[in-house]
Design a protein around this ligand. Structure first.
Ligand SMILES: [Zn+2]
Ligand SMILES: [Zn+2]
Length: 172
């Protein structure tokens, strides 16, 4: 129902990120990201294989398994992580398709909390704020710590609800 209430800017740009994510052809995860300066949209990107090569739907996901040593409550623990490495992540594509000058002082809206690699790249990209929706618990503690060290505003839209037609079921 249209109540006549205008969407706030967070909802507006996150809705766009979700719309963009529907372009993704990775069956594990659809991620969308947008670059925003003030209230101006400066770029959009989603996760996918490089242009012109078979994508996840054509060639299947390329699953890689890796182990990471973490320290939890003073104890070392090896945790296993599985990810699709066929795709360039949405955040990385966003950096490939936008200019440094546009990114200085800008914000990134992204459907999913960035992984460690993307967080590192975003931290060095000129942007000053990251807004995400779905949590990515595997990397969150070290990502949060780094954002704090870098002075980048890092916030989640916990009460946000994406447009229904943009949601897919994803494997974690
Ligand atoms: Zn994939
Ligand atoms: Zn990533």
């Amino acid at each position: 129902m249209n109540t006549g209430v205008r969407k706030d800017w967070d909802t507006y740009f996150m809705d766009i990120a979700y719309m963009v994510s529907t372009r993704s052809r990775c069956s594990r995860r659809h991620v969308g990201a947008v670059l925003v300066q003030g209230k101006k949209l400066l770029g959009t990107a989603y996760n996918g294989a490089p242009m012109g090569v078979p994508d996840c739907l054509e060639a299947g996901c390329m699953i890689s398994e890796e182990y990471e040593l973490i320290v939890k409550d003073g104890k070392e623990e090896m945790i296993k992580k599985q990810r699709c490495v066929r795709t360039i992540h949405a955040e990385q594509n966003l950096l490939l398709f936008t200019d440094r000058a546009d990114r200085e002082g800008s914000s990134v809206y992204v459907t999913d909390e960035p992984c460690w690699t993307c967080a590192n790249m975003l931290a060095n990209s000129g942007i000053v704020e990251i807004i995400y929706h779905r949590p990515y618990p595997k990397d969150t503690s070290k990502v949060r710590q780094m954002m704090e060290q870098k002075g980048i505003t890092f916030r989640s839209l916990s009460t946000y609800e994406p447009p229904k037609e943009t949601i897919m079921t994803v494997l974690n």
